[in-house]
Design a protein. Sequence first.
Length: 545
Amino acid sequence: MNILRLLRTGPPVNRRAILLITSLAGLGNAGLVGLINEAAEKAVLAEPVGTQLLLVYVTMLAFVLLSSRASLHEANRFVQSRLEATRRRIVSKIRRVDLRTLERLGHGDVFVTVSQETDHLSQTLPLLIGAAQNAFLLVFLLLYVATLSPISFLVVTVFLAAGLYLFWRRQSALTGALAEVHHREADMLDSLSHFTLGFQEIRLNADKNDALQAHFADVTARLRQVVVGLGDRWVSLLQFANAFVFLLVGVVVLVLPVFFQGYTDTIYKITAATVFALGPIAAITSVVRLIARAEAGLAHVYDLERRLDAGLTPEPKGTARAPSRYRSFRTLEMRSVTFSYLGAEGTALFTAGPWDLTLKRGEILFLTGGNGSGKSTALKLLCGLYTPDGGEIACDGALVSAETRRDYREIFSSIFTDFHLFDRLYGLEHVKPREVERLIARMELDGKVRFEDGRFSTTDLSTGQRKRLAMIVALLEDREVYLFDEWAADQDAHFREVFYTELLPDLKARGKTVVAVTHDDRFWSCCDRRLELDLGHLADVSGEA
């Protein structure tokens, strides 16, 4: 079981302590049943209960309450620590996975698994300790019945074993239905997102609005059918459990006395123990649905980890951050590099290349070409975000290997079209606020954005202005190579000219290297060289207009 796999990852001392306390709580509960039966027997025989029995009962009750509370508290802490470790482990793998793997996974699947599934598990798994307490109580009640009547113990044990086996078999058959619910919920969330992300479009197009609503209604109807069907099967399962429990009571009270002499002397004690067992049985069966949901959730978590593991890249040992060995490079090369675009099944749909490129330090290189020609892919290959399917990346003649690729990436700073603005300047905690304010003014964002408490006061700006904030961060990083993917496309005419005639020359004057994807033919004279990509092939067109 995935649940046991999760729990086995914790410290053995904690697991043993929780198991011991939980079993003691179950033993104490069974002891209370025995004391109640003893008191009832004395009452029937008109004998005084006595102070001693009362004190033992009160002491036992206090012990049960304290041990139950302790086991639940410790179990909650243990489970939360395991889930925290799981979240951190997944994030650690995301940090080390290659970009293509993450793109295939999809951001939505990662977010749902790390947040939604683990959040559900954090609420569900502590309830397992309550079920474990009831399981121990059930075991000790059976042992108590064995001291009263071995025959009753044998019959009750066989009945319980058969019932639990049948119940578990029927419950296991619902695993596929739970997985289908998960997928239907994901479809519903995807459909719902169109209403918010595409709000402007559907408000301007009534037909599109109505069609989207009809699609959403169809998706939710399918989800309802699956959930209702699953609920009906759970109801049948619980009805089976209830019927089985009362059948067991009927056998103990009505059938056994007919066949076994002397059974009537202890029937009320056995009946009391059986009735007390109804509570634990009901508690265990009611939590089975949550256990099944938790099991399915953990299956998604471990499946995500498995897929992340397949895309992990080598990382150097140790946490020390020394300056990159490539900081003083003279040339960067792409040698016969090829890259395959993969379909949903992992098969190659199109292969770009082979590309040959030599980039000199301090050079400004423009990359042009039509949409879909591979310009962004070329940037990601050059900086090591993508691993070439063929060919090599070299720095000053030396190949960049899998072991040195992380160090190689440290010389690049990029602003891609799908750039992300972080909520604070991570990795730049010691930057001088005055320098940030100077750059804000240079990007003509003063009056719109302030730098305070290590973050920008707002990022709720136009796309062009957000790109200027990203430029500020890139300049603060002060890397050796800057990659700009159509950075000027969302700027107004004035700031587009600032980019080509001021920012790029300033970077060149500081010895920085720039590779910029652009369609602005008016500014092609601002580069040292221009390369053009066409149908996946790279050509030097520096001398062409």
